[in-house]
Design a protein around this ligand. Sequence first.
Ligand code: AHR
Length: 497
Amino acid sequence: MKAKITLAPEFKIGEIDRRIYGSFIEHLGRAVYGGIYEPGHPTADEDGFRRDVIDMINELNVPIVRYPGGNFVSGYNWEDGVGPVDKRPPRLDLAWGVTEPNKFGTDEFMKWCKKAGTSPMMAVNLGTRGPDEARALVEYCNHKSGSKYADMRIANGYKEPWGVKLWCLGNEMDGPWQMGAKTAQEYGRTANEAAKLMKWVDGSIETVLCGSSSRYMNTFGDWEQKTLELAYDNVDYVSLHQYYDNRKGDTASFLAKSLELDEFIYSVICICDFVKAKKRSKKKINLSFDEWNVWYHSNGAPVERWSTAPNQLEDIYNFEDALVVACMLITLMRHADRVKIACLAQLVNVIAPIFTKTGGGAFRQTIFYPFKEMSMHCTGSALKPIIVCDKYDCSDYTDVPYLEAVASYDEEKGEAAIFCVNRSLDENMELDISLLDFEGYSPCAFESMDGYNVLDENTFDNEKVRMHSNSLPVFDGKNGKVNLKPLSFNVIRFKKA
Ligand code: AHR
């Protein structure tokens, strides 16, 4: 099969906000306990933070980490997780049916962020609690001194404020599974008041309004419109969440899920701009896609009720999952002008790119690799290439382009790159590349993830599903050719001489 891609620096979608490479740590399963935090582990530092996990996170270069939930946050009393550890109460976590020991809380997370070279994206509890506790937490984290909660932080041993800039106004408040779930009217009003008070405490923060829990919710669309109308002036982003699965074992449809993702993002942009127009506002609301991934392998696995840090949501990812994650990342990037924040959910053990053994080693799951590749090389501006390729029909979608692609141009680094997936199950794709106005640029690397069985997985002993290098494409200064294997994720990079 033949295809063509044409690229120019002028085909700019928008600047890539690095926060699009964010991730997520929830108090859930072994994400915290046995994941990022495990005192006594051979690699643990003096704070109990696993160094081997931090090293892998550094490879991913994750600029922000959302915390502490997720569903967990909607029943969380943040005060239980600060102060002397031996005085902190264990609590029932009704979201996941387990016991939260509260050995790790806000201050530990802030410390961990510093050591892991990332920044916090905090969520407040607008389920069982409200604006009062939310503003108290902002005061605890960001106010210098001389007030109840700032002085509480200082008494707990942290003189300097943590300076948290980004705040989620609850989590999935439209979902009946959420503690304190709300109607759009109830949530819009609560979120507005919470955001208002939080910003009165610290005028420099940004807030994220909860959008729908997924595009499949019956209230999707209506929820975004109503809540935005109620909270527009006090919020900066609206959130999107989406997970995909291949329960049907239909790879062709699974790989096409990103078409749906594209439409989802586009719809939310339209709603934001509709409310903007209705309000005659000058303010633009951007998107925070703060939960996205493949999730289904672990569903239904039994969990002992009220246990602590059980093996929960521990998906082991395969090769086709990595291709879907690549397609999702490419799609997020194609909306880089409006998607300013995104969080791969989650980071360690719980539906995550990094998997650990409690007391043992850690490995990089298949989905680790496309994320790392894009986080490293898809920087600067996102470019929308002109693509000519064949399309296919499958059971869930029609007209699916075989080639899913986006490009980047980092003028400062003198680099450009194409990121693409060949969705064909069995055909090579001979891709003609045409670079316009890229004077002096030539290929410097061609890496791909291909040649695996769709069900191949990585293990502690063998990270076999990963990127590998290929010989450089033939290139004459402007035009070149490259062969993309069936079922492949490819990164073709160019450098200015
Ligand atoms: O990431 C796992 C869960 O998925 C989160 O707690 C929740 O927000 C979503 O439903």
